[in-house]
Design a protein around this ligand. Structure first.
Ligand code: DMJ
Length: 671
């Protein structure tokens, strides 16, 4: 044994030849110095034969050559990785800019499930069936730079530039501004109801905005809608600013309630279309000039769906509390309408005086009117925590649920505010005065999380009633249409208003209701389209009569002179939007595009605005009426824009429910 570590390095020969590794480690005297190891190796090398040394040298040389080769290829790989990561960095720098330039204003997309579908490779191998189907994870979305190549027109380029300028501004802006679409949103603002809410809150829009997917590029048809909106808005701004409706030919305005109806109805459309400047300007008017403390009679239904609905949805989209404050104000001022013996509200309210009354000639209210204000008042309760709004409107629905006088779920058109009973029994229609009763049965059920069974029961029964009493087929094309029933007599008359029905049926089917509702929706939307296609201007009249018997030279659709006007109504486009969202069938977009072009052809006023027309049968003189209804901006153009979009998250129908004036309100328990 050696003398121990303390005695200095042992003699090289002895140690290298006789010491085993166990002993060295075991005694703890192993000297592992570099010098020692070097000397030991050299000794071993010397002890080898010449042949052994040659073999080892050859091996070393061989390994060295391999090393050089693999270094070169690793180098290439490394270089490409480095380049890629630089590219990525560049792309990432570019994408946020464009992301900001096209922010999704709308609800946050649903989080993708943590499954294989989240990964591009797998998803790309199995593309979704429908081209427009639910968007995949953000890394599969069309990347922002590609958007630039799609923006071909001058208009596009201008917008892209505008957007980039906006981005720069936004980037420089203080943190407190968290949305670029017009509204300056303080971080603490949100669309959440206060803590004493009576329903569960949805996610605040401002928070959702952070969780957005890549935006889907705006396409040519959508750009055409934006252009149409701007043209309409120009007319309103130039000649009717702050007034209810534009009269585009006489370059003036008409007043209904004196509350800037068109401006309020159009707010959320501007938001959805991304018209920032217009929105900001309109917001200023709401902040400074919209005053409800006015001695003026307003119609409860119309002001609820257009003003209250418009303010609530704009609040939800923008997160700007100004709109909620205004909504509360008008909501409170409308409440006197419910002070009736039956609690069925009066049709008219003086919002300054706090008094309400029925129309002068009757104590009846219209059934559609008293049963189509619920979505808005219920949402107002949820947001304010004040139950009174919801209580008042729920009571109406409960009461109507129990009433006699229905015919297999179909309701008469009038209800008495004293007795609470239906009047004018025996007449059933899905058109004027009854239409949105059916629409709101379904929509309230969806809004409330599909729990209120009475609403669903009434809806299902009513659709059975429609099938049993109101459906017929026309000649020669055998179009299925919804007629009317008057004291047992069927009339082949159908209002354009009825064309909300295919969309509503499709929405019900999407929410799990009978599949045959979807079949019926498909049949009826074809009919609604034919109400345009069979007419000389390609625009539908207000009312059509269908031929029940084939006659030589006659189409399915007949139009009476008194019914041949077109008010720029939305119902068919609305239903086309639902049908396209739920089926992905492009024919619905194409039909909508035809209608859009015909609006441009026959109703566009060169100096700004669009006008209702008197005669859809005369292309050479459609007889402009000199009025642009507020719903043209609130509904028709909004549904056009949404119809042409392939972005299912642009107002996601599992998160939002549209009121009857196309103002999206949140579903309380999103699917
Ligand atoms: C709108 O005010 C609403 O859509 C309402 O439900 C029916 N009438 C107009 C549009 O046609």
């Amino acid at each position: 044994m050696y003398s121990g570590a303390a005695a200095g390095p042992p003699r090289r020969d002895f140690i290298s030849v006789t010491l085993g590794p166990e002993e060295a480690v075991g005694v703890g005297g192993y000297n592992n110095s570099k010098a020692w190891r070097r000397r030991s190796c050299w000794r071993k090398w010397k002890q080898l034969s010449r042949l052994q040394r040659s073999v080892i040298l050859f091996l070393f040389a061989f390994l060295a050559v391999c090393g050089v080769i693999s270094y070169t290829s690793v180098g290439e790989t490394w270089k490409s990785i480095t380049d890629k990561s630089l590219d990525d960095q560049r792309t990432e720098q570019a994408i946020p800019r464009l992301k900001l330039a096209n922010p999704v204003v709308l609800p946050a997309p649903q989080k993708a499930d943590a499954n294989h579908g989240d990964y591009p490779e797998l998803s790309l191998q199995k593309p979704p069936k429908l081209p427009h189907a639910r968007r995949g994870p953000s890394n599969l979305q069309i990347k922002a730079p590609q958007r630039d190549t799609r923006l071909k027109t001058r208009h596009d380029t201008m917008r892209a530039v505008e957007e980039l300028v906006e981005v720069d501004k936004a980037e420089k802006t203080e943190k407190s501004i968290i949305s670029w679409r017009g509204a300056v949103i303080e971080p603490d603002q949100s669309t959440e109801p206060p803590s004493n809410r009576i329903m569960e809150p949805e996610k605040p829009s401002s928070v959702e905005a952070e969780d957005q997917k890549e935006p889907v590029p705006i396409n040519e048809r959508q750009l055409a809608v934006i252009e149409a909106f701007r043209h309409a808005w120009k007319g309103y701004k130039d000649f009717a600013w702050g007034h209810d409706e534009l009269k585009p030919l006489s370059k003036s305005y008409s007043e209904w309630f004196g509350l800037g109806l068109t401006l309020i109805d159009a707010l959320d459309t501007m938001w959805i279309l991304g018209l920032k400047e217009e929105f900001e300007e309109a917001r200023k008017w709401v902040a400074n000039d919209l005053v409800f403390d006015k001695n003026v009679d307003v119609n409860l239904f119309e002001s609820t769906i257009r003003i209250l609905g418009g303010l609530l949805s704009t609040y939800h989209l923008s997160g700007d509390s100004l709109f909620l404050e205004k909504a509360k104000d008008i909501g409170n001022r409308l409440m006197p309408a419910f002070k009736t013996p039956s609690k069925i509200p009066y049709s008219d309210v003086n919002i300054g005086r706090g008094t309400a009354h029925p129309p002068r000639w009757t104590s009846d209210s219209t059934v559609a009117e008293v049963t189509s204000i619920q979505l808005e008042f219920r949402e107002l309760s949820r947001l304010t925590g004040d139950e009174k709004f919801q209580k008042a409107v729920d009571e109406v629905m409960k009461h109507v649920h129990t009433l006699s006088g229905k015919n297999d779920g179909l309701v008469p058109m009038f209800i008495n505010t004293n007795s609470g009973q239906f009047t004018h029994l025996g007449v059933y229609t899905l058109g004027a005065r009854a239409d949105s009763y059916y629409e709101y049965l379904l929509k309230q059920w969806i809004q409330g999380g599909k729990k209120e069974n009475e609403l669903l029961e009434d809806y299902m029964r009513a659709i059975e009633g429609v099938k049993k009493h109101l459906l017929q087929r026309s000649e020669p094309k055998k179009l299925t249409f919804v007629g009317e029933l008057a004291h047992g007599h069927f009339s082949a008359k159908m209002d354009h208003l009825v064309c909300f029905l295919p969309g509503t049926l499709a929405l019900g089917a999407h929410n799990g209701l009978a599949a045959d509702h979807m079949k019926l929706a498909e049949t009826l939307i074809e009919t609604c389209y034919q109400m345009y296609a069979q007419v000389e201007t390609g625009l539908s009249p207000e009312i059509v009569h269908f031929n029940l018997h084939a006659q030589k030279g006659h189409k399915d659709v007949e139009i009476k002179p008194a019914d041949r006007h077109n008010l720029l109504r939305p119902e068919t486009v609305e239903s086309l939007f639902y049908m396209y969202r739920f089926t992905g069938d492009k024919k619905y977009q194409d039909w909508g595009w035809e209608i859009f072009q015909n609006f441009n052809r026959y109703t566009r006023v060169p100096t700004g605005g669009y006008t209702s027309i008197n005669n859809v049968q005369n292309p050479s003189n459609p007889e402009p009426r000199d009025k642009m209804e507020s719903f043209f901006l609130g509904e028709t153009l909004k549904y056009m824009f949404l119809l042409f979009s392939d972005d299912v998250d642009l107002i996601n129908l599992d998160k939002y429910i549209f009121n009857t004036e196309a103002h999206p309100l949140p579903i309380w328990v999103p699917a």
